[in-house]
Design a protein around this ligand. Structure first.
Ligand SMILES: Cc1cc2nc3c(=O)[nH]c(=O)nc-3n(C[C@H](O)[C@H](O)[C@H](O)COP(=O)(O)OP(=O)(O)OC[C@H]3O[C@@H](n4cnc5c(N)ncnc54)[C@H](O)[C@@H]3O)c2cc1C
Length: 450
């Protein structure tokens, strides 16, 4: 193979702050806001032109449907954001009564710009980060890839909330990706939105959309649909008076690498093909869909998991099942798992045990459930870098445990813990590992974190 050497470049450091957060998704938002609230100066770097991560970029608007009709409700910053959003945008035009709350990804983009500005967080969009300058296990600078070429910024503490652990991987932190048997992650999904549904028909008596989804699943499993995409279930998003179905969570491409542009290209093009097929199928088969058109395709294919950075502790599903307690617990989360079969095996056993998991693992929270599990702070502390924390879906867990911790609300909780710890470390001139666990826990409790 032909090899090239990239020549060395000198880059001036354009900004120095207390805390740099890479990634403006649920975890990055939690991290940036919590760090800023400790009094730290915060720079939030986001590769896209808007905040929200998968909620806005992959149309994952129904964040907390799994808490709906359970004994749990979201706490901490998530609760604060949702209630401030609801004051302005209500139920995002959803006409279905008793539906779980759904954001509009478009309103949320605007909302988050304003919310973050009030927190005095400096945001830089179009700032892709996958390089660092590191000496003696300490990150001296973070390199942002811009149209003008590389740009350097420095921070006392750095938080990787990129979802994929791009920054931590660049800093040499070891990681695992996908399931142990073959490295496959959950599929990539390119959600889409349709306009022109017959609202009267769909919003009438009973939950017709749910029935349509169930019927589709049966037809798929019976081999009747003739569609190429292996996904069997068909969740829908908001149904609005304007005839919008805000997302169809369906087009999935399996066995692709979320960190490879080759895998991503395959995923985007295959999913667009599945969208075309599904659009035609819905128009032909579903009542109330006769006049639909495709209104939008999500800006980018979305992933539920990719790199899981090696931390000082690796949370396992056995820990979750045993309700293991930790002295350095930073949040509790309801026990649930949602792992779309990495190989698209829709007829597998879907069992939690065994690690081979042939099939969708779906353990939902039953109405009477009160079971929670603990996340230790050490899952946020990478093994080898002393001024780095990770937050969100890339924290240190096994693949099955990640299918629980990947929930948006959980990602924001780990973000809150990382941001608070980073703020304390910057203020007290210590490393994140040296932060007092007692003070961190006390602060998180004051923030409403369960
Ligand atoms: C189709 C789909 C459906 C889902 N459904 C649900 C659901 O119903 N409920 C639920 O709770 N969860 C759901 N999830 C999972 C959930 O969306 C994610 O686990 C969660 O958003 C992870 O949050 P995060 O902040 O860790 O990462 P992300 O949401 O991925 O955010 C990462 C952010 O970092 C930015 N970024 C990435 N790389 C870089 C870089 N190198 N430099 C700078 N910025 C970067 C991204 O643009 C993004 O804004 C779903 C996911 C998908 C894809």
């Amino acid at each position: 193979m032909k090899m090239l050497v990239i020549p060395e470049k000198r880059v001036s450091v354009s900004e120095t702050v207390d805390v740099i957060v890479a990634g403006g998704g649920p975890a990055g938002l939690g991290a940036a806001v919590s760090a800023a609230r400790t009094g730290a100066s915060v720079l939030l770097l986001e590769k896209r032109g808007f905040l929200g991560g998968n909620i806005t970029a992959a149309f994952v608007e129904t964040c907390n449907w799994f808490l709906h009709n359970t004994k749990f409700s979201a706490q901490g910053l998530y609760r604060e954001i949702e209630s401030a959003y609801r004051k302005e945008y209500g139920s995002s035009h959803d006409v279905r009564e008793n539906a779980p709350h759904r954001f509009s990804s478009e309103y949320l983009k605007i909302f988050l710009d304003e919310f973050i500005a009030q927190e005095h967080i400096r945001v830089l969009f179009h700032s892709f980060v996958n390089d660092v300058v590191i000496h003696n296990n300490h990150i001296d600078g973070v390199i942002i890839q811009t149209k003008k070429g590389p740009m350097a910024v420095s921070g006392t503490v750095i938080i990787d909330a990129t979802g994929d652990g791009d920054l931590a991987a660049a800093a040499g932190v070891p990681y695992r990706q996908g399931r142990d048997t073959d490295g496959y992650c959950q599929p990539g999904t390119l959600n889409f939105r349709i306009a022109g549904v017959d609202v009267q028909t769909l919003a009438g008596e009973g939950d017709l959309l749910k029935k349509i989804g169930k019927q589709f699943e049966q037809d798929y499993l019976a081999g009747k649909t003739g569609l190429a995409c292996k996904r069997k279930d068909l969740p829908f998003g908001r149904l609005t008076q304007a005839g919008i179905l805000s997302y169809i969570n369906y087009p999935c491409e399996y066995m692709i690498d979320p960190t490879s542009n080759i895998g991503l290209t395959q995923g985007e093009t295959a999913c667009r093909r599945y969208i075309k097929e599904m659009y035609r199928y819905m128009k032909a088969h579903f009542p109330g869909f006769e006049r639909i058109e495709i209104a939008a395709i999500a800006p980018e294919i979305g992933f539920r998991d990719s790199r899981r950075m090696q931390g000082k502790y690796v949370l396992t599903h056995e820990d979750i099942e045993a309700r293991k307690t930790f002295d350095d617990v930073i949040c509790l989360f309801p026990r649930m798992y949602d792992m779309l079969a990495p190989d698209g095996n829709m007829r597998g056993d879907g069992a939690l045990e065994g690690g081979g998991y042939k099939g969708h693992i779906f353990v939902h929270i039953k109405p009477e459930d009160t079971r929670t599990f603990e996340v230790p702070y050490r899952c946020l502390l990478p093994e080898s870098v002393d001024n780095l924390l990770v937050a969100g879906r890339c924290i240190s867990t096994t693949h099955v445990a990640e299918s629980s911790i990947r929930a948006i609300y959980a990602c924001m909780l780990t973000g809150q813990a990382a941001g608070t710890a980073a703020g304390f470390a910057a203020r007290d001139s210590c490393t994140p590992e040296e932060v007092s666990i007692g003070k961190l826990q006390e602060s998180l409790k004051k923030q409403g974190v369960l």
